[in-house]
Design a protein around this ligand. Structure first.
Ligand code: ADP
Length: 474
């Protein structure tokens, strides 16, 4: 079962890693040491055999020759029971031998002697009755003939003891190191994760009202600081979204309450005394106006809400933009002239866009209506389109009206946002027009921008992708 906390998982991973390193390192150490120890024994035996062979050539079978013990002592230090030298004749009979051999009976193998007679050096390990012995059978060759055979041996006990000690250290030491590694891993993981606890604590205390609080990022590692920064950015976005929802609800209720208040007030006043038919008609006409206004707001809101939910179908068809804008211009010029404004439709290159004609009409009509609404008498309104490069076409609705102060420009596309609430309301605006424009443009894969200088006028630039790539603007 995987442990649930990151801390224990990290400690276990760390422990497992150290354990694997220990196993590999211990195994290698043991293997290399064993190989070197046994090779050292074999090399010593060979050197000894060569010395004995040399002397045996001169002294073989001479009675009384007995300085092997001295030789053994020279090679191995203090003579031990497990070391011996003996010299055999080619038929396998023992000629000379060292004292130490008497303590143990080491049989002379026929096969070994046979191989030695063929000039082969034979290493064997003899393990019966006593500690293991390494025996080297060495042929003494004189003028191409095996003259006799030297057998030298030494106990493997010291080498095995050394190996056992190493093994013991490894076996006893490894669990201890493993425990230390686990403990160290646990402590290190705890230390590394501590800053996360403070992030979690700070997050735990957040709710809808404290979304504007920020997670302390200082003190932690780069990763924790990065996490805190990202959470803070998310909190900022959430807090902004919450604020918008709250403002939107307040604005929507306010927008609907105003016409209701007007309606109620007028009805109450009208009912106070009996009125003439004309007076009743005037009250009803005013009531109808307010009802229209409310109806428009509710319709706009519904459209935006459905748009947010992706429930509004956009029926895109190829549309020749020039002709489409021309149709719109004839109605816009009537509207502009009625308000004492000059209207110019500058036209533009032939461009086809994929668009929903009804929505596109709503988009440009809103922009033209705003241009007319926010331009004092004597001003001018322009409509034109042009290539904007990279397959984009730009439609510009320009006016010489009141303009929009820079600090408001970024927010005018928000729902219910109006620069001057009283003036906008008096002109019939609810503050939803540009929000709808933005939604329509984005639903067509485009974008909308505003350039404006207060007192001099505004330009609304709508960028739409062209259906076929055309000539970029020269
Ligand atoms: P409204 O229905 O109030 O016109 P919009 O969403 O269409 O709402 O516009 C939002 C606000 O942007 C308006 O209240 C107005 O202050 C400002 N605005 C829009 N178009 C223009 C323009 N052409 N010139 C100056 N101000 C504008």
């Amino acid at each position: 079962m995987t442990p649930r906390t990151l801390r224990s998982q990290l400690a276990l991973w760390y422990g497992g890693f150290v354990c694997a390193i220990l196993l590999v390192f211990g195994g290698l150490l043991y293997g290399v040491l064993a190989r070197n120890l046994y090779r050292g024994v074999d090399q010593k035996l060979l050197a000894l055999a060569q010395v004995v062979a040399e002397s045996s050539v001169r002294n073989f079978l001479r009675p009384g020759y007995n300085n092997f013990s001295q030789l053994l002592e020279d090679f191995f230090g203090v003579p031990a029971a497990g070391q011996f030298i003996r010299v055999l004749d080619p038929s396998g009979n023992v000629g000379s031998r060292s004292e130490n051999l008497m303590r143990r009976h080491i049989p002379i193998s026929r096969t070994t002697v046979g191989r030695a007679l063929h000039g082969e050096m034979v290493y064997e390990t003899y393990e019966k009755d006593g500690p293991p012995l390494r025996v080297l059978t060495y042929p003494v060759v004189v003028r191409g003939r095996v003259r006799n055979i030297v057998q030298v041996a030494t106990s493997l006990a010291p080498a095995m003891e050394a190996l056992q000690q190493v093994l013991w250290v490894l076996v006893v030491g490894s669990p201890a190191v493993l425990c230390l590694a686990l403990l160290g891993g646990w402590m290190l993981a705890g230390r590394a994760l501590k800053p996360l606890d403070s992030v979690v604590d700070a997050l735990r205390s957040l709710d809808a009202d404290t979304l504007s609080d920020r997670i302390p990022a200082g003190g932690g590692t780069e990763e924790v600081q990065d996490l805190a920064r990202n959470i803070n950015a998310l909190l900022a976005r959430l807090s902004d979204a919450f604020r918008r929802v709250r403002e939107f609800t307040a604005d929507a209720s306010h927008e609907l309450r105003t016409p209701l208040t007007v309606l109620r007030g007028e009805a109450e006043v009208a009912l106070r005394h009996p009125r003439t038919v004309e007076e009743y008609q005037a009250v009803l006409a005013s009531a109808l106006e307010e009802i229209h206004r409310m109806g428009r707001i509710v319709e706009d809101l519904l459209l935006l809400a459905k748009g947010d939910l992706g429930e509004v179908r956009i029926e895109k068809t190829p549309l020749e933009l020039g002709r489409f804008l021309e149709d719109l211009s004839s109605q816009a010029s009537v509207l502009a002239e009625a308000r004492g404004l000059a209207f110019t439709a500058a036209g533009g290159p032939p461009v086809t866009v994929l668009a929903d004609p009804l929505r596109l009409r709503q988009l440009f009509w809103n922009l033209l209506d705003n241009a007319v609404k926010y331009t004092p008498e004597g001003g001018a309104v322009y409509l034109s389109h042009a290539w904007a490069g990279d397959g984009w076409v730009r439609v510009t609705v320009k006016d010489t009206g009141v303009g929009i102060p820079p600090e408001h420009q970024a927010r005018i596309f928000e729902r219910f946002y109006r620069v001057d609430k009283h003036r906008a309301r008096a002109q019939g605006g609810s503050g939803l027009g540009l929000a709808i424009c933005k939604w329509i443009v984005e639903a067509h894969g485009g974008r909308i921008e505003v350039r404006s200088t207060p007192g001099r006028g505004s330009s609304f630039l709508v960028y739409l992708p062209a259906a076929e790539p055309g000539e970029p603007e020269g």
